[in-house]
Design a protein around this ligand. Structure first.
Ligand code: ATP
Ligand code: MG
Length: 388
């Protein structure tokens, strides 16, 4: 008998012919997540089983697996032969010390010398004899002892399931470029799209010296926290100072934010192309600030030529975004008070209903604007955040 961790995966079964593709990506992600911890991962009967680990590593393994997208649930189980005696020995350990319980059996191998009902009655009866503080309740038991008898040599006995992160394995949906500021929203939008299976590269616009080295470090710290979920992630940092100064010097001040955001989108699409990212993600949320009105989003988006832009937070209330940020561990870092480049040269009254015509007219006033945009993209610096 040994202790193992059963990993059940979610949604993947919906994928028909692509199933093996998803299973392989999930397996790869599990292996890289558990790198550095001695263990074995096997694929058996439509689930993964982690075994041969030191008991002292068990909680660490479970915590790590709970951050892997594509995993629906986990159970710590005893693995035994399918003999009634061996199963009973495991059930004795799994069963609570008192209260109501039920035994539920899945008998995958129909040649085993008992029926599901017969085995649950046998194990239930023995447990009652063993511990008189137990009571059977078939309908609303406090605990359930599950027995999954796979074949003569293998049965799993377990009680609880621990919820996994859900979603799709990172990498199964392709690659995306996520715009990561130091704020609360974009780490959450990054997390959400990784959960849908995108392998992400992060892009940050940095306006040194208007925004400090600490502000840049904050973004790298956020990426480090996110890498628990996204796996290793590159953060591309674009020097944005010159562009912002040029906009500030030549454009109408109430169009400052609009033009800044259009510049970000143009650079993002160039960088997405070079990095073979099939989509751009940002943390925009309709109506949250002046730059996120319908008109602003339209004027910003209109510079995009061919790349879909995903805004997973578009219909979220701030309070719900904060909830997720706290749950995934980015909130504390996000609220550290460092400037983001969006607050540099902030006008008193940014336009809330910009038009594409006027935005373009303002851009036309900036000397060598296209060259500035290309130059910024060109001078980007890449930081590789390894998976923790
Ligand atoms: P956040 O909390 O994510 O900063 P926000 O509510 O402050 O969002 P904005 O500052 O208008 O909103 O930014 C909207 C989105 O634009 C952000 O969620 C992010 O995806 C992107 N963005 C803003 N500033 C930057 C930056 N300096 N670098 C990269 N992306 C940025
Ligand atoms: Mg911001």
């Amino acid at each position: 008998m040994d202790r193992v961790i059963i990993i059940r995966y979610s949604e993947i079964h919906l994928k028909g012919k692509n199933r093996a593709f998803f299973e392989n990506i999930l397996k790869r992600n599990i292996i890289s997540k558990l790198a550095g911890i001695t263990h074995k991962t096997d694929f058996c009967y439509g689930r993964y089983v982690v075994s041969d680990y030191a008991e002292s590593d068990e909680q660490a393994i479970v915590s790590k697996l709970r951050q892997v997208f594509g995993i629906f649930s986990l159970s710590i189980a005893f693995r035994t032969t399918a003999s009634v005696d061996d199963i009973y020995e495991a059930a004795k350990i799994i069963c609570p010390k008192s209260g109501t319980f039920r035994v539920t059996v899945n008998r995958a191998d129909k040649t085993l010398p008992y029926t599901s009902v017969g085995l649950s009655a046998e194990i239930g009866g023995r447990l009652l004899e063993y511990n008189s503080s137990l009571e059977v309740d078939l309908h609303t038991p406090k605990s359930i002892v599950y027995i999954d008898a796979r074949d003569r040599n293998t049965a799993y006995v377990y009680s609880d399931s621990i919820a996994g992160a859900g979603g799709m394995p990172v990498g199964s949906a392709g690659r995306g470029l996520t715009l990561l500021s130091g704020g609360i929203d974009s780490p959450v939008s990054t997390y959400m799209m990784a959960k849908r299976g995108l392998k992400l590269t992060a892009l940050h616009f940095w306006s040194y010296p208007y925004t400090s080295y600490e502000a840049r470090k904050k973004v790298l710290d956020l990426a480090k926290i996110l890498s628990d979920y996204t796996g290793n992630m590159s953060v591309i940092v674009v020097p944005f100072t010159e562009i912002q100064e040029a906009i500030h010097a030549h454009a109408e001040s109430n169009y400052m934010i609009t033009l800044v955001r259009r510049a970000m989108m143009r650079i993002a699409e160039m960088i997405a192309d070079v990095n073979r990212c099939g989509c751009i993600i940002n943390g925009e949320d309709l109506g949250q600030v002046a730059s996120q009105t319908l008109e602003s989003i339209n004027v910003t988006n209109s510079v995009i030529k061919h790349t879909p832009v995903f805004r997973p937070l578009i219909g979220f209330d701030k309070i719900d975004i904060i909830d997720i940020a706290q749950r995934i561990g980015t909130y504390e870092t996000s609220v550290k008070p460092f400037e983001d480049c969006c607050t540099v040269f902030l006008p008193d009254s940014p336009v809330t209903k910009p038009t594409i015509r006027r935005a373009e007219a303002n851009e036309a006033k900036i000397p060598n604007y296209d060259e500035l945009i290309v130059k910024a993209a060109h001078n980007a610096e890449v930081f590789v955040i390894p998976e923790k």
